[in-house]
Design a protein around this ligand. Structure first.
Ligand code: NDP
Ligand code: 2IT
Length: 447
């Protein structure tokens, strides 16, 4: 697909001029603008109202200094971000990422994607994202805690249960959310549902930990079923070995698949007998070690340095669940050549535009991140509901709602892809479905 519509091309040009050196944001914007071509052609209201020009400009962008004291007594400084992108359909909502590669462009791409994803969940959540270039690798427990406290000492004034509700993302899990929540509570003297992914003893929701990985598999199973297939008996490769990857492995296995490979940022493991999830959980969740340690549990498995090689392993279904642009054109070609017929994204913007072209050229099933990984934020939305009514729902109740939401998301993407003349293009379907609800709300509200 090409971006040829002159009006939308003009918007893309402005995005690139006004936001220099933000390659990831340009990429995310372009994909959405491309998908909106049939929408503006069908209904001129979306052009005349200027709603798309408004949509690509964040409502508010916050950047701040995060000073903290390391274990040797030295002051370290990191940069903090919160981009409050769109509040048309609910309070800003989206995760916090702590990673040395974080910069404004990365947070903006994530915040932009979040608008459409949150709209797809059917729940009332706007789009936002935040984080820091802080690298938690090798930091002590005390350093992590002091960093989180300092980060929240600035962030607290910008968020609130009806304003902006952050959650986790890369390197921000239950531990970090706990420290962030504790500091918010202390500074504001309020016990509020201002973060999701909280511990179960202080307002967290059952099944939030599992939600993104489970939701990814629910979405994918719906997509497979609609195309006469299922996870049953299929060989699956999952990149990453963090929150999303671990629970994607668990659910894919429950649905009858065999997961043969996983990775971290150093390298990947290949276990033709099926990756032992208990070993991965012990290494990653308990010991916070490198995936290479898997060989001490299963010496017959293979370990390879570097992540890219994971896409050369023959599989039926690939679930990228590490980071953006992790599948490039070359890797997509390797997947296709080895018989992979389905790529469904756990990580945000897993695939480069070149990779997506390869999926379509090979008639592969492609589940785009903003639909496929929406289960995490969907259960965050359910955590907000539980906090509002000061009740906790059972695991089964939350999981059932998650299954229904993921089915609904798939059907919405499928329906919109057909309605706009691109049947089976769930990327366009997701972008259009996510857009229509937000755009109509923006037009109605006049901002
Ligand atoms: P985690 O921090 O739990 O795990 C991230 C995993 O990806 C780790 O195995 C990590 O390896 C690897 N990874 C991270 N950065 C890179 C990189 N630059 N190159 C190679 N590998 C990398 O994060 P999550 O599982 O929560 O997030 C994974 C992806 O899913 C992200 O794209 C996130 O935005 C997305 N996502 C997360 C949701 C959630 O609820 N948590 C919801 C929706 C999407 P290492 O340990 O070596 O760093
Ligand atoms: O990318 C994502 O959707 C997340 N990291 C989860 C956001 C959330 O608010 O739960």
């Amino acid at each position: 697909m090409e971006l040829t519509n002159a009006y939308l091309l003009g918007i893309q040009k402005k995005v690139e001029e006004k936001n220099p050196a933000e390659a990831e944001f340009h990429q995310a914007a372009k994909e959405v603008l491309m998908s909106l071509q049939p929408v503006v052609e069908k209904d001129p209201k979306y052009m005349e109202s200027g709603v798309i020009e408004r949509l690509v400009e964040p409502e508010r962008q916050i950047m701040f200094r995060v000073p903290w004291v390391d274990d040797s007594g030295k002051i370290q400084v990191n940069r903090g971000f919160r981009v409050q992108f769109n509040s048309a359909i609910g309070p800003y909502k989206g995760g916090l990422r702590f990673h040395p590669t974080v910069n404004l462009g990365v947070i903006k791409f994530l915040g932009f994607e979040q608008i459409f994803k949150n709209s797809l969940t059917t729940l009332p959540m706007g789009g936002g994202k935040g984080g820091s270039d802080f690298d938690p690798k090798g930091k002590s427990e005390g350093e992590i805690m002091r960093f989180c406290q300092s980060f929240m000492t600035e962030l607290y004034r910008h968020i609130g249960p009806d304003t902006d509700v952050p959650a986790g993302d890369i390197n921000v899990g239950g531990r970090e959310i706990g420290y962030l929540f504790g500091q918010y509570k202390r500074i504001t003297n309020t016990f509020a549902g201002v973060l999701t992914g909280k511990g179960l003893t202080f307002g967290g929701s059952l099944a939030r930990t599992e939600a993104t990985g489970y939701g990814l598999c629910y979405f994918t199973e719906n997509m497979l079923n609609a195309n006469g297939k299922s996870f049953k008996g299929q060989t699956v490769v999952i990149s990453g070995s963090g929150n999303v990857a671990i629970y994607a492995h668990q659910k894919a296995t429950e649905l009858g698949a065999k997961v043969v490979a996983m990775c971290d940022s150093n390298g990947y493991i290949y276990d033709k007998n099926g990756v032992d999830l208990a070993a991965i959980k012990q290494i990653k969740e308990v010991e916070r070690k490198r995936i290479k340690e898997y060989l001490t549990y299963h010496p017959d498995a293979e370990y390879h340095e570097g992540c890219k090689g994971i896409w050369t392993i023959p599989c039926d279904i690939a679930l990228p669940s590490a980071t953006q642009n992790e599948i490039d054109e070359e890797s997509a070609k390797a997947l296709a050549a080895n018989g992979c017929y389905c790529v469904s994204e756990g990580s945000n913007m897993s695939s480069t535009p070149g990779a997506i072209e390869v999926y379509f050229a090979n008639k592969m099933l492609y589940g785009p991140a903003k639909a496929a990984n929406a289960g995490g934020v969907a259960v965050s939305g359910l955590e907000m509901s539980q906090n509002s009514e000061r009740l906790s729902w059972s695991f089964e109740k939350v999981d059932k709602k998650l299954q229904a939401i993921m089915k609904d998301i798939f059907e919405n993407c499928d329906e919109k892809s057909k309605m706009y003349g691109m049947p089976g293009n769930y990327m366009a379907g997701a972008n259009i479905a996510g857009f229509l609800k937000v755009a109509d709300a923006m037009i109605a509200q006049g901002n």
